[in-house]
Design a protein around this ligand. Sequence first.
Ligand code: BGC
Length: 523
Amino acid sequence: MRRIPWWRDAVVYEVYVRSFADSDGNGEGDLQGIRSRLGHLRDLGVDALWLTPFYPSPLADGGYDVADYRDVDPRFGTLHDFDALVSDAHDHGIRLIVDIVPNHSSDRHRWFREALAAPPGAPARSRYVFRPGKPGERSGEEGPPNDWPSAFGGPAWTRLDDGEWYLHLYAPEQPDFNWRDPEVRHEFEDVLRFWLDRGVDGFRIDVAAGLFKDESFHDLGGQNRRVLNGPMYSRPEVHEVYRKWRQILDEYDGERMAIGEVWTDGPEDLALYLRPDELHQVFQFDLQLAPWSATAFRDVIVAALKAVAPIGAAPTWVLSSHDSIRHVTRYEQPVSVPGIGLARARAALLMLLALPGSAYLYQGEELGLPEVTDLPGEARQDPIWKRTNGELAGRDGCRVPLPWSGSAEPFGFSPDRVRPWLPMPERWAPLTAEAQAADPSSMLTWYRDALGLRRRLRDDLPDDLEWLDSPDTTLFFSRGPLTCALNCGENPVRPPAGTPLLTSTPLYGDLLPGNAAAWLTGP
Ligand code: BGC
């Protein structure tokens, strides 16, 4: 019998649906493709999948622009496919979390079309954020209602021909909802129930701190434009929404949960979302932002644990996602040392999995995939790339489809001769799941071994950890019978006493080499 709710120490695997597996040959991944690869995920040893949005969408932002919250985009399958996926995943012992996008819809959503068709001031406009423009101080010429920037570049407002402006914290194709309109609340409560009734185990809430904007709509002025507790994020009203969502989740059996994508200025602010009657978890992104440094990792871990401790919430850890540069590449400094990114990624996994709480993995990290930095401009689709005119590369480089088998594109991602929606590098031939499955020294084998061992140990691991003294450039900690030693330096160090259970690089005599980690047990 497991002693705690499943999500408190789960390993959750993020499936970027469009890039996971393409069953119907349109060059984009789909729900049937995921179904066909459940064996890979079971063998990997994950507890749950988080699916990125698969709802009808023009894909102005990879599906985070939802046109209909209660259906499946035909390119990704049907509701019937979804039901079959839930059922098969559960048969494989894998839970399913879906992404919910409440801050904004697509501009093709029925409500936004109605809003555009209605005149300024009409009730149909009150579901979104419309405002009159503001005369410029010097020119007198009308400009946006305030100076808020879009996260993807340019202003957060777009003007309509009738003179009103609408708010979009992301792309213009993603108008922000007005959460002060009760219809918006009711709609999302109903959407949650729609997916819960279909058997999902939880939700990942996109831009969870957005939703409410300060009613004064004041300029940011000199304020840091990325300020996360400013007028656009973490308004107090947002917590009422999550209290209601928690009640809905609790009405269902089977430990349904919600994890919020919450960016705040400090870890303490995160805790507000984790009060016992709100969200079960929030993403704690600081590990993903930290450089390869034992001091940096330790600081992040201490702060993350401190943030959740007073409320007894479970921390979450993440190294890569569909929004960030893959960590194998992030850790590849200095570039002159071949394989250093992979060695560090192997070691980082042991740190991640030894920590209390749950680990969120991103598809392809089990294959050691690097970021694809040389995608041609014409292939790139991220609105960040488009809206900054190529000044920022955007996130396509971590979204390249997964290589499953074979020696050339599409590497089993799509049926033969189909071109995947993003080109796959020929140099990925040795990285396919097929090539790695039979290789005891591969990244895939490493992930399976580490996840398998964690599964066997986890019921004996206490919620807290104990730091052990360790030399500079290293961090050592224990959780009950498990000790984790990470050496971020270049020189071998003596690990703490104990019998090695798993090491990311073979020990050097009885020393732990640089850029390596070990799990040990007992003195
Ligand atoms: C998602 C991104 C998306 C943005 C807007 C994020 O937090 O993870 O992929 O572009 O929200 O929906």
